[in-house]
Design a protein around this ligand. Sequence first.
Ligand code: PFF
Length: 442
Amino acid sequence: MSNGTQREQWGTKLGFILACAGSAVGLGNIWRFPYITGQYGGAAFVLVYVVLVFVIGFSVMLAEMAIGRNAQLNAVGSFRKIKGGMWPIVGWMGVIAGFIILSYYGVIAGWTMAYVLKSFTGLMQADAGAEFGAFVTNLPQVVAWQALFMAITIYIVYKGIGGGIEKYCRVLMPALFLLLLVLIVRSITLPGAGAGINFYLKPDFSKLTGGALGAALGQAFFSLSLGMGCIITYGSYLGKKETLPGAAIQVCFLDTLVAFLAGLVIFPAVFAFGVEPGAGPGLTFITLPNVFGQMPGGAIWSALFFVLLFVAALTSAISLLEVVSAYFIDEIKWSRQKASMVMGIVIFLMGIPSAMGVAGVIPKLAGRDFLDSADFLASNVLLPLGGLFIALFVGWFWTEGAKQEVENNGTVPFGLYTAWLWVCRVVAPIAIAYIFITGLKW
Ligand code: PFF
């Protein structure tokens, strides 16, 4: 479909929305959001998070959709076509962030697959902390799971937009939602679940520090897949007839809903069994298996939970590989098949040092292992910088073009246009610059 033939397109607008939601809903929602919320004190953090998603997240998402749909090209090509100059560098940073994020994302996603199996093979009886330690230090096993996960990701991207990404997201996203609902019912009906619901839903504003604000905005960017051209790339496969603001709001809504619901699975269960809610990254792989181990039928619940995590990770990994592949397809004129396979394998190899770092085979750098350092570079440097420039681009440098794009050339007026413009011009850049500066200190 590349090389001068017609560009691939989403079959339907719903397919586009589900694919964007699939990208957005990922480990960030189910693994990262609950533990960060736990660390920053629960409901008050959730409130701030929601405001940031709908003011800044929504605005940058709409900006990315407008850029991609207008240019009908990958992240680098889009900036080159619309403005040129130094702007393609923003797209470049996105492609590089795609490489980096998927490299370690594939490692963690591999863990989720292993944990589906482990749920039935002794994890429920074991000390989950020791089990996790033994697992991540078994490098060949971790890399084998990572390879399997990357192979599935490559397969779907290889199949293309309509026949691969859209087709699978249309099935996987409703499945994910169903799994979440089943798990919520289990969790909130546990004896003692009320304390968890309280912690999660009753705001305590004293815990809301400046650090919480930065964490909330950083989380919003990562969770909504913003700042690296992912939504630019997906937007580039959308037909000119569709309207953008509604799609952007729906993706923000779905992503936030899933993060919120993931908290409703985790906190009631965690409190019902008296464990620490702010347990950090280990909340999912250590605390939860301990909780499941104490439940009747725990193996099934544990397996369901890790299938949920796997599905969420898969639809996000697909979008990360698509950002990179689209660049090689549009700019270097590779076939989709070649781009997805070659780049998928390169990214898999780049992920091995992350797996080695967690296994303790290679030393830490300034207190961070390789995976943490890669995450830090991508989430705290490249994504915020990308988001900053994307907001400035539509706010100041491509203002009229962006207005035409979000209003379908004046045929569908966008009621919040002026508000959106000023968020892109001033509010988002200031807020992002703030997290960028505080984020660098972490
Ligand atoms: N949004 C994904 C998550 O929450 O896990 C991660 C992600 C995917 C970030 C795609 C960036 C991206 F382009």
